[in-house]
Design a protein around this ligand. Sequence first.
Ligand code: FES
Ligand code: FES
Length: 152
Amino acid sequence: MARLNINGTVHEVDAPGDMPLLWAIRDLVGLTGTKFGCGLAQCGACTIHLDGEPVRSCQTFVEDADGAKITTIEGLNGHVTETVRAVWTEMDVPQCGYCQSGQILATVALLTENRNPTDEDIDASMSGNLCRCATYHRIRAGIHEAAKRLEA
Ligand code: FES
Ligand code: FES
């Protein structure tokens, strides 16, 4: 058995230490907002926060989360998150939406660290989050708009 602290709730799951967190979160706990894309830490669809840091849950394992706080899209909250959610909705950032949990987790991590990111900062933080609908220009515009509102 493993104990996973997800979004403030401890879940006891029957999972080996080498199970990808993505499977434990989706299949054992039933939180399906975190998506499977590549399984190889190359697309960002499975992004979660581990103690506030964005990680790829397809290549982060149950044993890595021992004693850590896991946050998924379902539990992400606070001022930065609410600002990003509002901007994402108002600016119609998503298209199909599949990548957007990961995009939002990565964006919130970026704006928590850096309230006024340049295009270069955005590229550095977001380049690992792929979007097959190519919403990159809207994501970039959304990040700048959210940053502006957070600075106001
Ligand atoms: S599914 Fe984890 S990075 Fe693609
Ligand atoms: S919005 Fe469709 S994959 Fe990004």
